[in-house]
Design a binder for this molecule. Structure first.
Ligand SMILES: Cc1cc2nc3c(=O)[nH]c(=O)nc-3n(C[C@H](O)[C@H](O)[C@H](O)COP(=O)(O)OP(=O)(O)OC[C@H]3O[C@@H](n4cnc5c(N)ncnc54)[C@H](O)[C@@H]3O)c2cc1C
Length: 240
């Protein structure tokens, strides 16, 4: 259970921006180089010290053991975190505190649902790749990634590839207002992640990890509870 997990001790360090790339109009993929191999539990995050007394949290999308942290940051909110990341350049130093947070997943054989909207996919990407890399359980993994339309898509091709390569993985991109430009029928659902969950049959013994904004998390929880899922099988991280 989560309470018995040994959480790595957080530390403050100065790291360097290795890469920065816009993956959509508003979402930046940022890679920060570390001085030693990353020690964290998939689902955890780091805090960037923007100035003394002002921090913003960003989840780790990459895997433990790598010499870097990768994250996906939405700069649309436009506050101090967004402005800081917008002007950041490759080679710049950044002060971070990590690893932080208790949103980590249980290794078990129960079906695993990873449900995100927008940049909420960031910690779930780490959980997803960690489960596929390290677990021999072959547990069923259902990944639901909710976005508004095709112009907001990122990371999707990696999930499609994994769906094709692993028999235990099922992935659907859920577009709430598709423009009709997605050239595929598979791995695609027209509607919100909540619509998907309402329509489909869900294993009663599954575990659910949800990440995104408060409204989406509440809506997903309501659907799951309505389908008879117990509260203690639902874990979530609220970004805003
Ligand atoms: C544990 C944790 C992990 C997080 N991980 C990530 C991550 O991996 N990637 C990421 O982009 N953000 C992440 N966030 C959110 C991030 O910390 C900042 O809140 C966000 O970048 C906005 O910061 P800001 O200073 O630009 O705006 P703020 O001044 O903090 O916020 C401006 C307004 O935007 C709202 N807001 C914040 N984020 C969003 C959003 N994504 N969409 C819509 N409205 C929003 C806020 O509620 C507020 O009303 C995480 C937050 C937490 C608590």
């Amino acid at each position: 259970m989560i309470s018995t997990i040994d959480f790595p001790r957080p530390k403050k360090e100065v790291v360097t921006v290795l890469a920065k790339e816009y993956v959509t109009k508003d979402v930046i993929r940022i890679r920060l180089s570390l001085t030693s191999a990353a020690t964290f539990l998939p689902g955890q995050h780091f805090s960037i010290v923007i100035k003394p007394g002002l921090v913003r949290s960003y989840s780790i999308s990459s895997l433990p053991g790598e010499m870097y942290y990768e994250t996906y940051a939405d700069i649309k909110p436009g506050g101090p975190g967004s402005i800081y990341l917008q002007v950041l350049e490759e080679g710049d130093d950044v002060t971070i505190i990590s690893p932080l947070g208790r949103f980590v997943y249980n290794s078990s054989t129960k079906p695993l649902y990873l449900i995100a909207t927008g940049v909420g996919i960031t910690p779930l990407n780490s959980m997803f790749n960690s489960e596929l890399k390290n677990s021999m359980s072959g547990r069923l993994i259902t990944m639901l990634f909710g976005l508004r339309d095709e112009t907001h898509i990122f990371l999707d091709d990696s999930f499609v590839r994994h769906d094709k390569a692993f028999g235990n993985v099922s992935y659907d991109l859920c577009l709430s207002r598709p423009l009709g430009t997605l050239e595929r029928d598979e791995n695609f659902f027209e509607g919100r992640v909540t619509d998907w969950l309402k329509l489909k049959e869900i294993e009663q013994d599954a575990e659910f990890y949800i990440c995104g904004g408060q409204a989406m998390i509440n809506d997903v929880k309501e659907v799951l509870l309505g389908k008879g899922i117990q509260t203690d099988a639902i874990y979530y991280e609220q970004f805003f």
